[in-house]
Design a protein around this ligand. Sequence first.
Ligand code: PLP
Length: 426
Amino acid sequence: MRPQTGRSGTSHGVDGSLPDLFTAVTDIEASLRTTQEAGLLRSLRQVETATGPRIRIEGRDVLLLCSNDYLGLASDPRVRRAAAEAAETWGAGAGASRLVSGNLLPHVELEARLAEFKGTEAAVLFGSGFLANLGVVAALAPKGEVVFSDELNHASLVDGCRLAGAETVIYPHNDVKALADGLERAGDQPKTIVTDSVFSMDGDLAPLEEIVALAKLHGARLIVDEAHATGTIGPGGRGLVNELGLEAEVDVMIGTLSKALGSYGAYACCSATMAQYLINRARPLIFSTALPPSSVSAAAESLRILSDESTVSSGQPGVVETLRSRARTFRQALAGEGFDVEQNEIPIVPLLVGDPEEATALCETALEKGVFAQAIRPPTVPEGTSRLRLTVMATHSDEDLRSAARILAETCRESGTVLPAVKSKT
Ligand SMILES: *Cc1c(COP(=O)(O)O)cnc(C)c1O
């Protein structure tokens, strides 16, 4: 473990040798050339339809296999209607920060529903998951304290640590022994631990029960980011903390409205006292305009759909159960094609390629064959682990997923990528 100083990129463990993408540059063109030569240049693709299991992208109709809209709710007619009606009733924008005049009834109602959903006293809305993580980590890890952060945490938690006054200690991915040693070494300094629950690029899970035990033992606060767990894991999609019954042990559960809930914005679920603290200390909440009512009401409708359709309340396979079943189908199909894929129900399936240019080439060929899975390269992931990050949606059909597995295998064979070399980590 080492203190986090002078690092480039967003993934905070392993990118020391990457070109300095995010530090000050005097020659922008030279910087872009270096990025391109490393096979790491990024550009925007143009999507010509609403998001959904199939989209039209740069003139091509393709199966979408890299969206975080896991439940397909972004284009669900009920959710769209809720957004449209809220815009009609409440206006296109909230007009001010929540602490000025932007805290409308839909915001207040959604916070109450989120707290109920997650089993906490309170919930606080933020402008986005990125802003929530910046705000919560910076507010809870001031100067004089120590914040412990998993090396594969999301970039927004990394930046939250950078913004916080506290000393940051990065521990190796999911290494509870290293975390325990670090906590021990920090002695009686106030401590905070921060971790993703489902890691965004690998789809693996944090050992939350052990982390909770360590937090208790050392009197550390615990922040858990459930961005990819909400809507995909736990009873009725309530997340990993809920699945393990740890709601009372986690100080702040952060989640986004923009992934499985199909909208935009984010929340922190916590005690009423913590909520009051965040409202007074979290700068992205204080100094940024409240979410537009359409986003808020869309997320509220998604939550209603989750609650009404979950197996918990109806005994019928609801939308979350459908997602799990699709994930099983896809993982089986990939294994059948010769990929080394773990058989579980997580909708994030990383196909590790390694080299960034090879990952980009595979992505382009698959796209020509009608499957869109964006190549993910450093600094989003550690160097040497470029990949196609595949994501399943509840609105894919089993046949879509089997055919995607065939196309991906064919793409790898044609490019000379030996199949067993393309491993999935989860
Ligand atoms: C996507 C993501 C975020 C950011 O959420 P947005 O609402 O998209 O800003 C935060 N944390 C994790 C783990 C994520 O995957």
